[in-house]
Design a protein around this ligand. Structure first.
Ligand SMILES: [Ca+2]
Ligand SMILES: [Ca+2]
Ligand SMILES: [Ca+2]
Length: 725
């Protein structure tokens, strides 16, 4: 006899780590005996050092309503299994008793739990639609004492199907089928246990009309990124909500500052005047209602570490809720409708990789494999993203990057769990359906398996063919980023279906050139890698965002340089994205300094940069310039849809055409600190001799095409957009 450690490492609500059971000297046989315990439908994981972890599969821990285990049945099965094992392999009877006792103790609370009256705490999704591409919809009910539940539909036009309940009786998954001709209105799911009956409310919603909704953005658009908490406080009554007191303090960089959805609504016409046709709001999911003690940072430079708030929205505790500091679901719908009335599309920021550390799932997850690991036992993310597209990666490195928890804190969702995967897909479709949004920006794209994305993008397109998705792969390497764009099957056998990506590889040379004054040739060099993307023409070029220090904080940055940077993204292939405040040349270092309050957006602000009279001269210069670029882009079709043709590349000068079948527009940059004259061939872009071109930015004089060439003189640090007269 020797000791073989067996760890019963995980059950619902229980961790029994390091327990040791005595096994006889034939560990393999003993292991087989223990495996027969799986027939008990008891949740457990056996982990034997040196052997593969044995999980009882979902089919084991799930219990259908009809097959629900009562205390008596469980006892009988335990003794039947014990008799079976004793007969089969003469397992040490003390060991059997110990094992059975342990398992009984582990399951007893679950069984006992089912004795109280059933209660419902949360229904996800709370409503759905008839004629939807997902039917039945899988409803996840969170509650108490649901262990022996029977779930029935109450009301016309719906019926319940497969029902599964987790062992602690906290989560019920039930398929709800909606008849094609079911009328919209309230329904209920009646939940009955031996201890009583309760109802989970559920609604069949009337679908929003498709006209003017679910549109997707395209290269005709200009996207503007808003962090709502920092943009404008339109409703001071939600600054210190009753449910989450004490998180509002404008003097602290990581507290709520009061900005909200109402503030965005109030400034839609400002955005329209700037030339914006689509907005992207950082996540509006409900975030934790108290301080985040797990993440602590000094406020500003120096000082001691202190808890923060999740004002940024990336720490969801409820994927079906709107953060109360920002507003309500009704307010969100009002915002989307108001934006649409002005011709502005709305992009939702979604996070499928992780939840906030205080999400209720962390303490009792709906399935044993809902997350990759548990709060106590998980991998920390090592951010070795290069292995994610490596055909021969070190498996452990890849796992630590795909499944590791960000900063060792943010619980990493396991999209390989069918229930988790289904939850995320339905949640995405729910937000689109209830709000009428047009597009999705998906956070931390690369940290989620491509096999999941394929399912997720397909589900979106099936229901909303025009809704498109921009993925965040924050990396400067085209070889890296291009791997993730859909439209092509990769070595892993997956086409992710991802429409587009932010063009971060272009951002870095753009900043080096136009802030630091380094060579513009680097920009052309990065663009030469466009061939690696399945479709580079729909990328989203950016000058900045909420994760990067602002352009104006770069060494050497000036408003003239910022204007050149904006000229590039507003005339480059793809759909440009502007970061709030960059239109007025706001400064700011790394997060959170790059998220300063927009001047004039908050009560008591001494001036408003939303209005001309409130802007400084530099702010006005930047604003006027970007507004002019927006107007030119709207007016000149080639800037939105034309092919990109490089015409001239030198150390400090760069010229290209955007060409359609109907017209060409020439864009030329002089990044040098002195005037420059450059000459280049334009015969390839349909400009014949004798054509006169005018610089619509007003920096250069009119130019005439002679001998197939164009000779352009530009002042120091200036750009021209040349259009045929
Ligand atoms: Ca507010
Ligand atoms: Ca909240
Ligand atoms: Ca992950």
């Amino acid at each position: 006899m020797r000791r073989v450690p067996i760890l019963l490492v995980r059950t619902f609500g229980f961790k029994l780590c390091g327990s040791k059971l005595r096994l006889p000297s034939r560990p393999f046989v003993s292991l087989m005996s223990l495996m027969s315990l799986m027939s008990l439908r008891v949740p457990y994981v056996l982990r034997v050092p040196g052997a593969k972890t044995l999980r009882n599969q979902s089919a084991m821990w799930y219990q259908s309503v009809r097959d629900c285990m009562t205390q008596r049945a469980a006892t009988e099965r335990i003794w039947r299994a014990a008799a079976l094992m004793r007969g089969k392999d003469s397992l040490d009877s003390r060991m059997v008793r110990a094992a059975l006792l342990t398992i009984f103790l582990l399951t007893a609370p679950a069984i006992c739990h089912g004795q109280g009256k059933p209660e419902v705490l949360k229904v996800e999704p709370p409503n759905w639609w008839a004629h939807h591409s997902i039917n039945p919809v899988r409803v996840m009910i969170r509650g108490r004492n649901l262990a022996d539940a029977r779930v029935e539909a109450a009301g016309l036009g719906i019926e319940t199907g497969l029902t599964r309940i987790n062992a602690l009786g906290i989560y019920v998954f039930v398929d709800v089928k909606i008849d094609a001709n079911a009328t919209p209105g309230r329904r209920a799911l009646r939940i009955t246990t031996p201890a009583g009956t309760t109802e989970a409310s559920f609604e069949i919603s009337a679908p929003l009309t498709r006209e003017g909704r679910f549109q997707g953005f395209n290269t005709d658009d200009v996207i503007y990124l808003i962090m709502p908490d920092r943009f404008s406080d339109g409703d001071p009554t939600n600054n210190d909500p009753i449910t989450s007191r004490g998180l509002y303090d404008r003097s602290k960089t990581r507290y709520y500052h009061g900005g909200d959805l109402e503030g965005v609504i109030n400034h839609l016409s400002y955005l329209k005047s700037l030339g914006v046709t689509a907005i992207w709001l950082t996540p509006w999911y409900d975030n934790v209602n108290h301080l985040n003690e797990l993440e602590q940072y000094p406020d500003g430079s120096g000082g001691s570490k202190q808890p923060i708030t999740d004002y940024h929205g990336y720490g969801a505790v409820d994927f079906y809720g709107v953060e109360e500091h920002l507003g309500t679901l009704a307010k969100l719908r009002e915002l989307v409708d108001a934006a649409h009335r002005l011709g502005i599309k709305v992009t939702q920021d979604q996070v499928a990789n992780h939840t906030g550390p205080y999400h209720p799932w962390v303490d009792d997850s709906p399935t044993p494999t809902w997350y990759n690991g548990t709060k106590e036992h998980h991998l920390a993310n090592i951010f070795q993203t290069w292995v994610l597209h490596d055909p021969h990666p070190v498996a452990q490195m890849k796992r630590e990057t795909l499944e590791g928890w960000f900063i060792d804190i943010l619980p990493d969702l396991n999209q390989n769990d069918d229930e988790t995967s289904r939850y995320i897909i339905q949640n995405t479709l729910w937000w689109i359906g209830v709000t009428g949004i047009d597009a999705i920006r998906q956070d931390t794209w690369q940290y989620v398996p491509n096999s999941f994305w394929r399912k997720w993008t397909a589900a979106i397109k099936r229901e909303y063919p025009k809704v498109n998705i921009v993925g965040e792969v924050l990396d400067g390497d085209v070889a890296h980023c291009s791997f993730y764009q859909g439209g092509r099957m990769r070595f892993d056998g997956v086409d992710t279906g991802l429409d587009t990506l932010f063009d971060f590889p272009l951002l870095y040379p753009l900043r080096r050139a136009f802030a630091e004054g380094r060579s513009v040739k680097e920009i052309a060099l990065v663009l030469s890698h466009d061939q690696l993307y399945p479709n580079p023409n729909v990328l989203v070029p950016v000058v900045g965002n909420h994760d990067l220090s602002r352009f104006m904080n770069e060494p050497g940055a000036t408003v003239a340089g910022l204007n050149l940077a904006h000229t590039l993204i507003m005339t480059m292939r793809g759909t440009p994205q502007i970061y709030y405040g960059d239109e007025i040349a706001m400064k700011g270092g790394g997060d959170p300094d790059n998220r300063r309050d927009f001047p004039g957006g908050f009560p008591g602000d001494t001036r408003s940069a939303f209005d001309k009279q409130g802007r400084t001269s530099d702010e006005q210069l930047a604003f006027d310039y970007l507004q002019k670029l927006g107007r030119l882009r709207a007016e000149l079709e080639p800037l939105r849809r034309g092919e990109l043709v490089n015409l001239y590349v030198a150390d400090q000068q760069y010229a290209y055409a955007r060409r359609t079948e109907r017209a060409s527009v020439i864009v030329a940059f002089n990044n040098d600190n002195r005037p420059a004259t450059i000459e280049f061939d334009v015969s390839t872009v349909g400009l014949a001799d004798g054509a006169t071109l005018t610089d619509r930015l007003g920096a250069a004089r009119d130019v005439l095409v002679k001998s197939g060439k164009l000779k352009v003189s530009l002042p120091a640090r200036a750009a021209g957009i040349f259009v045929r007269r």
